[in-house]
Design a protein around this ligand. Structure first.
Ligand code: 0O2
Length: 214
């Protein structure tokens, strides 16, 4: 039979994962409310799609080990910001900042950290707006502040990041050759220029008094 301490740990882990899932649900509801309101007000949806995931146990252990941190439930809750992850895919560049601001202004949202990889892209070309937030989740016997990583990006940025992720996965985290890195970076830059052009087109259309609808 399974020894008791192991069983206890398994239950505690399961409970923690349930809490992260609930935190994701709370943030998703906030995003849905914002999207509904803005789509009524502006006749277009700033948010195209919201994806979410709870980090897999193997990835959690790998990340803790990579950072030389203790592998325990407490260590995970204390040290990892992205156990609960939400990806918000926006239509246009300015929607990213609008959504981020609206989320940040809510008084039950605590901002832990912001990483703006749009104004300062990563060396490889990766672009996205990252927010680590904490929100209260109300359980039967306690209110728990749960940490969630929110990544906000345009469809174009998501296209690049998804393919980059796939390529990395296939190469099992090896470094790319310089030539491939350069070409990937080039693609990211072209994509960023396209995002800016699309925003510019939308603004010009809006100036003419036509509302862009989906
Ligand atoms: P997954 O599978 O998406 O969960 P960290 O990498 O978390 O140890 P840091 O600086 O705290 O370090 O995190 P950062 O760079 O703000 O954000 C990490 C997450 O952003 C990654 O999570 C990816 O989702 C995304 N990301 C960052 N850089 C890149 C990149 O170059 N390419 C792609 N495709 N995604 C990136 P994970 O845990 O690495 O992966």
């Amino acid at each position: 039979s399974v020894p008791d301490p192991l069983m206890k740990q398994a239950y505690q882990f399961q409970e923690a994962m349930m809490m992260y899932t609930c935190a994701i649900r709370e943030v998703k509801t906030k995003l849905e409310v914002l999207n509904d309101e803005l789509s009524v007000r502006n006749s277009r949806n700033p948010i195209e799609l919201v994806k979410s995931r709870v980090k897999k146990p193997v990835s959690i252990v790998e990340k803790l080990k990579r950072r030389n941190l203790p592998v325990s439930l407490e260590s995970m809750m204390e040290n990892l910001d992205d156990v609960a992850g939400i990806r918000v895919i926006c239509s246009f560049l300015d929607d990213i900042y609008a959504v981020a601001d609206m989320l940040a202004r809510q008084d039950d949202v605590h901002i832990i950290a912001i990483k703006d990889y749009i104004s300062q892209p990563k060396i490889n070309g990766y672009r996205s707006y990252h927010m680590i937030i904490e929100i209260p989740v109300f359980f039967s016997d306690q209110k728990k502040w749960m940490r969630v990583e929110v990544q906000i990006r345009t469809m174009a940025m998501d296209f690049w990041a998804s393919l980059d992720h796939q390529l990395k996965y296939k190469k099992e985290m090896q470094e790319y050759s310089q030539e491939i890195s350069d070409e990937l970076r080039e693609c990211a830059d072209v994509i960023a220029q396209t995002d800016e052009k699309m925003l510019n087109i939308r603004k010009r259309i809006e100036e003419q008094g036509i509302t862009v609808t989906k």
